[in-house]
Design a protein around this ligand. Structure first.
Ligand code: GUN
Length: 284
């Protein structure tokens, strides 16, 4: 019988560790502080931002929220970021994506100093990640790797297939798996004969944004499946990019949706914020 990878429990453990380190920061000077910028009223983004504030409170991280109207100019966002960059009491800065169409995401991401880029989206952190250097790792990819580590999956020499080549998930996951000595194939919408590729994999990470995309015939018996997708149907039921019910009898371990990768993202954000603060306070 397949093992369920309990993202909720693993995220709670990560948050607990972040809380302990946040307390050490507070004892050494001040608690970590995270600034979150939300432009406009996208309902999903508003929920994320609320959940980030809740996690901050639970971990002893000071949360600063900047809710700006949808007609805020790019210049105004960049000015706010410049102020937060210069503010010695702020450790992490995160601007919730997507942004309204008139604001360039690259301009905003590039404006955050790499030392405060707890999302790991700045080109300096992206470059460091690909070089295998110490950096801020994007939260969802970091969560994927932590789930595999906590489940005891040995990646060394194993075949890992990542489906989806986004900058936020697929590409960094492929890089992190490579750093773990897996043999990595990064697949995407143009990949020919995808099922033949995925059937070779010991570990499949699926991040395509299509409900039930990964079907039981696409995986080798005993493979491990990490599902990054999240979809809500008309009844409010959540499901992922993997056909969970059909895969469960085939795989050795799989993440459920909800309760798999989802809770890890904000937990890893707490870890990144504490890391930024420790560096800022020179706690090593
Ligand atoms: N929107 C969806 N996911 C993310 C994320 O991880 N960070 C930011 N800043 N925006 C997002």
């Amino acid at each position: 019988m397949a093992a369920l990878i309990d993202g909720k429990a693993i995220a709670a453990k990560v948050r607990e560790q972040a809380k302990e380190k946040a307390a050490q920061c507070a004892a050494a000077g001040r608690a970590p502080a995270l600034a979150v910028i939300l432009v406009g009223e996208d309902p999903a983004s508003a929920v994320y931002v609320k959940n980030k504030a809740k996690a901050c409170e639970a971990c002893g991280v000071r949360s600063l929220e900047y809710r700006l109207p949808a007609d805020t100019t790019e210049r105004q966002v960049l000015e706010l970021i410049a102020d937060l960059n210069a503010d010695d009491t702020v450790d992490g800065i995160l601007c919730q994506l997507p942004l309204p169409g008139h604001i360039r995401e690259t301009a905003v991401v590039n404006a955050i100093v790499p030392e405060k880029d707890v999302d790991g989206f700045h080109p300096v952190n992206v470059g460091r990640l690909h070089l295998g250097e110490d950096c801020f790792v994007p939260c969802t990819p970091a969560g994927v790797i932590r789930l595999l580590e906590e489940t005891g999956v040995d990646l060394c020499g194993k075949r890992a297939v990542v489906i989806g080549r986004s900058n936020i998930v697929g590409k960094p996951v492929a890089s992190l798996l490579t750093a773990k000595n897996a043999t990595v194939t990064l697949c995407h919408s143009r990949t020919e004969n995808l099922p033949a590729v995925t059937r070779e994999a010991d570990v499949v990470v699926v991040a395509v944004g299509k409900k039930h995309f990964l079907t039981a015939d696409m995986v080798r018996p005993g493979a491990v499946v990490i599902d990054v997708g999240i979809h809500r149907d008309e009844t409010g039921k959540l499901s992922g990019d993997a056909d969970f019910d059909a895969l469960l009898p085939v795989v050795s371990a799989i993440t459920p949706v909800p309760g798999g990768v989802g809770p890890m993202t904000i937990a890893m954000l707490m870890e990144n914020t504490v890391k930024a603060c420790r560096a800022h306070l020179r706690l090593g």
